[in-house]
Design a protein around this ligand. Structure first.
Ligand SMILES: NC(=O)CC[C@H](N)C(=O)O
Length: 225
C-alpha cells in the first residue's frame, strides 16, 4: 500500500483532514512532524493548509526553514510527489520548489467560498486522473492567495503547460493570469490554493472532486512500483 506523509507545522490546520482524505482514498496516511529530519520512508508528501508559525513575516516563510523541509526539498528534487495545499503552496513558493509568490488578496480580506476551477493540465502526478479542460468545484479559504510572478516566469509557466488550475467564474483574489495552482517542470510538485482534502465526502460536499488528486498519485505510485 502506498504511504503518503502529511507534515504538521506549528499552526497547521488542515493536516488531519489531509490524513483522513489520504486514508479514504486508499493509502496509508503517515503523520510527519516539522522538526523531524526524516520522511519515514513515505512515497509522497502533502504540505497541508493552515497558518504555519502564525503566518509571521509572510505565510510559509518560517515553515520553509523547518528541518523536515530540507528532506522534502531533497526528495522533491529527486522526483517524489509533493502536493502543497494553500499554506502548503505558500511553503513551496518560499522553498523555491515552485516559482512566484503569494501576497494579500486584492480585496484585503479573507475569502472562504466554493470555487470553480478549470483543470489546465493532467500532466502531473497529482492530476493525471483529470482531463485537461475539466471544470471542478473546490473549497477556497485564505487571506494571502494572490499569486504573483514576473512576466518572464508567467510566460514560462504558460509555455511549459505548468499552470495546472485556473479560477473560472471570477478571480477571487487578484492572482496573475487567474492562476489557482501550478507545477514544477517535472510535474511531481504541485501547489494550489483551493483545498482538495475538504472535497472527498458526500456528507460535507460541495463535491467529490478532491478524490481525483489522491487517485492520481496512487495510480502514479502504483505504476511506478
Ligand atoms: N487555508 C489556508 O491554508 C490559509 C493559508 C494562509 N494562512 C492564508 O491565510 O492565506
Amino acid at each position: 500500500m502506498a504511504r503518503i506523509g502529511v507534515v504538521t507545522f506549528p499552526g497547521s490546520l488542515d493536516d488531519h483532514d489531509a490524513l483522513r482524505a489520504v486514508e479514504l482514498c486508499g493509502a496509508e496516511a503517515v503523520p510527519l512532524w516539522h522538526a523531524s529530519d526524516s520522511l519515514s520512508g513515505v512515497d509522497a508528501v502533502i504540505l497541508p493548509g493552515g497558518f504555519s508559525y502564525g503566518d509571521y513575516l509572510r505565510c510559509g516563510a518560517i515553515a520553509r526553514f523547518s528541518p523536515v523541509m530540507t528532506e522534502v526539498i531533497d526528495a522533491a528534487n529527486k522526483g517524489m510527489p509533493v502536493l502543497g495545499i494553500c499554506n502548503g503552496f505558500q511553503v513551496l513558493c518560499e522553498s523555491h520548489l515552485l516559482p512566484g509568490a503569494m501576497i494579500r488578496n486584492e480585496q484585503r480580506h479573507f475569502v472562504c467560498k466554493d470555487q470553480r476551477l478549470r483543470v489546465e493540465s493532467s500532466d502531473t502526478v497529482w492530476t493525471c486522473d483529470f482531463a485537461a479542460g475539466d471544470e471542478i468545484t473546490i473549497v477556497l479559504k485564505n487571506g494571502e492567495g494572490n499569486y504573483q510572478a514576473d512576466e518572464e516566469t508567467l510566460k514560462r509557466l504558460e509555455g511549459n503547460n505548468q499552470v495546472v488550475f485556473r479560477y473560472i467564474d471570477g478571480n477571487p483574489n487578484g492572482s496573475n493570469h487567474d492562476i489557482a495552482g501550478i507545477t514544477n517542470h517535472r510535474g511531481n510538485v504541485v501547489g494550489l490554493m483551493p483545498h482538495p482534502e475538504h472535497n472527498v465526502e458526500e456528507l460535507t460536499g460541495p463535491s467529490l472532486d478532491g478524490r481525483k488528486f489522491f487517485s492520481s498519485v496512487l495510480g502514479f505510485l502504483g505504476s511506478r512500483v
